[in-house]
Design a binder for this molecule. Structure first.
Ligand SMILES: [Zn+2]
Ligand SMILES: [Zn+2]
Length: 382
């Protein structure tokens, strides 16, 4: 089968590794769409950072060249022994993060801190391939929501955004600012707007701000590369902000977030830069600001809701994810522009079966069965 195999910095080869075989509790998926994000770009550009190329991963057991791809869905084509609740032909989205279900963290509902956590596409073979094996406990059937292949690939990044959204304890009617309309920021802005918050999106790029407006934000503010967006945000909102989601990872953006959040408000640091950041602790202590982190998602809490959110947009997601690239163009049109900080689109999808760029479909309007949706307010609120 064809797959994008990571061998080290700037070395991804399109190769033909053997078909994977599903073990107990696992599904074999045929992948038609697989997303990439900054994690992949960083690994390709400057890795190995996360992947176990040189030493065996203590849980997954993987060592050596690895198939990337942690944002994927696929059709079930085979089932390993002891799989319940799935059938051949099902369209599933995969969370990629694999947890044991038995340790203290898992039992406490925080499987993202599982003792035996590992991620497909980072610590074990992932979905930038025609076929992937995934634990059925990490998969959700999404065909019943009306999602198609490209929509299924968007559920994992939406779940990351939704988990981050929840760390802000945002409520309907609150004012939220999203700094950075990238792959996670766009989904976060959409989810916050669906919750009924008043969302202000900030980015350097007018094209991304136009997408943010289409995603339902109340206002889109263009930031100036050399200056803090805080005065502009405060001028626009008229008072300080309940929750700021900092999705850029730029050191100056965190300082700006602390300047615009109200006393006792929350700043959720979603974006990650490589270097430590210096912050004025007086700002946090004397205004009782909550500065909180967020890590991946919790499958049980976030994943079905994320799928509902992807299914809830009648016009689909072709503005966020307009095309799917063939594997041959993964580096040239996907990872390279992203590593240079100049991605052409908010979310890039890869179709391991395509021989040329094809338009992405997203979740098509009209194909969605709305009767199976839960009301979004209940879906999002803690
Ligand atoms: Zn990702
Ligand atoms: Zn566990």
């Amino acid at each position: 089968m064809r797959a994008a195999v990571y061998h080290g910095a700037r070395d991804i080869r399109i190769q033909n590794p053997p078909m994977p075989v599903p073990g107990p509790g696992e599904l074999l998926l045929e992948v038609r769409s697989s997303g990439i994000c900054g994690t992949d770009a960083l690994e390709w550009d400057g890795g190995p950072i996360l992947t176990p190329l040189d030493q065996r991963h203590p849980v997954s057991g993987h060592q050596g060249p690895i198939i990337l791809g942690h944002e994927f869905g696929g059709r079930v084509v085979d089932l390993g022994p002891a799989v319940d609740g799935f059938a051949t032909g099902d369209l599933v989205a995969c969370v990629a993060g694999i947890s044991c279900g038995a340790c203290e963290a898992c039992r406490a509902g925080t499987s993202n801190f599982c003792d035996r956590y590992f991620t497909l596409g980072i610590d074990a073979h992932g979905g930038l391939a025609r076929y992937v094996v995934a634990a059925s406990a990490a998969c959700l059937e999404v065909g019943r929501l009306g999602l198609d292949d490209d929509g299924a690939a968007l559920v994992q990044p939406m779940s990351v955004a939704l988990h981050a959204l929840r760390q802000g304890r945002l409520r309907p009617g609150d004012t939220a600012v999203v700094l950075g309309v990238g792959g996670v920021g766009a989904f976060l802005a959409y989810a916050a707007a669906q919750l009924g918050a008043d969302v202000l999106a900030v980015d350097l790029d007018p094209a991304r701000l136009a997408v943010a407006e289409a995603l339902g934000v109340s206002a889109a503010l263009r930031a100036d590369p050399g200056a803090s967006p805080a005065p502009g945000v405060l001028g626009h909102v008229g008072s300080a902000v309940s929750v700021v989601y900092e999705v850029t990872g730029a050191p100056a953006a965190l300082a700006a977030a602390l300047d615009m959040v109200r006393p006792r408000g929350r700043v959720v640091q979603v974006g990650l830069g490589a270097d430590p950041v210096s912050i004025d602790m007086r700002r946090i202590t004397l205004r009782e600001i909550r500065l909180v982190g967020t890590r991946a998602q919790v499958f049980e809490a976030d994943f079905a809701d994320a799928a509902s959110l992807i299914a809830s947009r009648p016009e689909g997601w072709s503005d966020v994810a307009p095309i799917a690239l063939p594997l041959d163009q993964l580096v040239s049109d996907g990872l390279l522009p992203m590593a240079k900080g100049r991605p052409e689109r908010i979310k890039t999808l890869i179709d391991p079966w395509a021989t040329a760029i094809r338009p992405a479909s997203g979740a098509r309007a009209g194909s969605i069965d709305r009767s199976s949706h839960r009301p979004l307010e209940r879906v999002i609120a803690e």
